[in-house]
Each structure stands twice: as C-alpha cells, then as structure tokens.
Design a protein around this ligand. Sequence first.
Ligand SMILES: NC(=O)c1ccc[n+]([C@@H]2O[C@H](COP(=O)([O-])OP(=O)(O)OC[C@H]3O[C@@H](n4cnc5c(N)ncnc54)[C@H](O)[C@@H]3O)[C@@H](O)[C@H]2O)c1
Length: 309
Amino acid sequence: MSRNRVTVIGAGNVGATVAQRIGEAGLADVVLVDIVDGLPQGKALDLAEAAPVVGHDARVVGTNDYADTAGSDIVVVTSGIARKPGMSRDELMATNAGIVRSVVEEAARRSPDSILIIVTNPLDAMCHVAMEASGFPRERVIGMAGVLDSARFRAFIAMELGVSVEDTHAFVLGGHGDTMVPLPRYSTVAGIPITELMSPERVQALVERTAGGGAEIVALLKAGSAYYAPAAATFEMVDSILRDRKRVLPCATLLQGEYGVDGLFVGVPVVLGAGGMERVIEIGLSDDEAAAFQRSAGAVRELVEVLHA
Ligand SMILES: NC(=O)c1ccc[n+]([C@@H]2O[C@H](COP(=O)([O-])OP(=O)(O)OC[C@H]3O[C@@H](n4cnc5c(N)ncnc54)[C@H](O)[C@@H]3O)[C@@H](O)[C@H]2O)c1
C-alpha cells in the first residue's frame, strides 16, 4: 500500500512549514510546488535531509512542474503575494485570484479526485475562485481560517487564566480575521464557559486580540506574516481528512442555506473526514450572534462581488 500524497502549492513560509509538519508526522508524501525555480527543490531537499535525524520515511520533493503532482489526495494552496506598500486590497485580491485560479486549474486537472485546502488570502474569496477553477463540489473545497483563529483565541484564554491549552476550546464562526465571530458562551475551559471564568471586559479584550491576531504578528515581524500557527492549523485539517478522523473544526465552507446564507464561503463548524467537508454543524444563534454572523457573511459577499465585477 502506498502512502497518501499531498501537494503543497507555494513553497514560502506557510507552504514549506506545512510540508515539514506533514513529513515529520510521516502522514503523507509531499510534493512542494512553486513558480520560483529552485525554491521548492531546495526546501524539499533540505526537508528530505532532515528525515534521517527526525526519523520518518515520507518523501518530500520539490518541483515547478504540475505533472509531478498527479494523483494527490489533498492539494494545499498557499501560493500568492503579500500586500505591498501602496497596493489596495482590491489589487491584492485580483493578483492572488489570478494566481489561485491558475494553480488550481493545473492541480485539479492532474488530481481530479483531490480535496483542496485553500490558505491564500483573502481567504473566503479565494475559496470561491478555487471552487470555480476546479469545478469540484463543495465537499472538496475547504478554506483554512477558523482553526487558526480559534487556536489564537485558545492560546490567549490559556495565557489569561494560566491553564493548559489542552483544556481550552474555542468556538469561532464567520469570515477570517477582523470579521470573525467568536462565541464566548461556547468557548470553554474543561467544559466551563469562559464567561464564568473572566469578566466581560477581559473576554472582549481577548476577542479583539484574536481578531487582530494576524496584524499583531505582522507588526512584530516587520517583514512577512505568521506561519507557524497557520501551518499547524492547516496540518490539523490535512490529518483529519487523511486519517478520516471526523474532527469537528471551524472551516470556510460553501453554505447552501445553513445559517441563513446561500452560495457564500463562510467559516462554520464542519466534520472533516475522508470525504472532505462531510457535514456542516448548525447551532442556534442569539440575535446578537446572528447579526454578527450576517455582517461577516456580508463582508465576504462584498469581496466576491469585487471579484466578479
Ligand atoms: N488563511 C489563513 O489563515 C492564512 C494564514 C497565514 C497566511 N495566509 C496566506 O497564505 C499565503 C502564503 O503566505 P506565506 O507567508 O507563505 O507567503 P510567502 O510569500 O512566504 O509564500 C508564497 C509563495 O507563493 C509562491 N507563488 C507566487 N505565485 C505563484 C504561482 N503562480 N505558482 C506557484 N507559487 C507561487 C511564491 O513564490 C512564494 O514562495 C498568503 O496569501 C497569506 O496571506 C493565510
């Protein structure tokens, strides 16, 4: 029996770190692809040379040729450019949409049964591009954002209360970043809602820090953006799918009437297994939560409209 195969497109910070985590876990062979000649080959060789020390047998190869990606079970898309000074959000979106469209067309043709995990920003809009470019059903086009946002929230809850991250759980809905909708009443420490453990002001402060989590790292790094936590979050999704674990994770998925939204990718809790996004978990929302969710979905709708303008 052969090992699973995961293609990671974009051998930058996030892509290479995803490749490292998958390889080191021995979860799958990895094909790392980039448009820059030598970059994926060099990083893959470096990772392969770490394998004897780490002690895994997963093969990691780098390439600029999509023929090498054929037959992948999962394709992770991290290729894109970061916003440059003077570049508008819409210009960034147009550039990354072009990149995501072209790489997904290439990869989907070689791996028609694969499951796509989209990471490139602006995340929710890029999921729409990937779905159009691949022609895949919604079960096989999934966006990574909620796992990262909830990991950040969990980290801040654990720091605030001085408890293990293992016992913290967070529930986050909606679009990525500043439009996310954290649900404190479903965010718990060992089953206890955090609203019982800290003041509303502290909860609000952690929520705001989480929504600005990406920007906080950018401000510290000065060049580049977060990648360890984004890569760990992406790995968790890959692991749940390849090992058919049925983890319940917040992911961007195409809603078809769930949560009162139709035809938009928005972050909601889903079951991730061998079939990809196997089920949307729908919960009742209070009026305030529902309004915040609709605002978040509205932000995604605006981006998609710009995309199609
Ligand atoms: N969804 C999330 O929560 C989340 C979190 C972190 C980063 N991101 C996004 O992920 C993306 C990657 O971030 P990063 O830090 O790894 O950036 P990076 O600049 O380090 O890497 C991007 C890579 O994409 C490659 N690339 C560009 N065009 C390509 C093409 N046409 N074909 C193949 N490769 C191409 C570049 O050469 C580069 O190596 C960004 O869009 C970033 O905003 C999303």
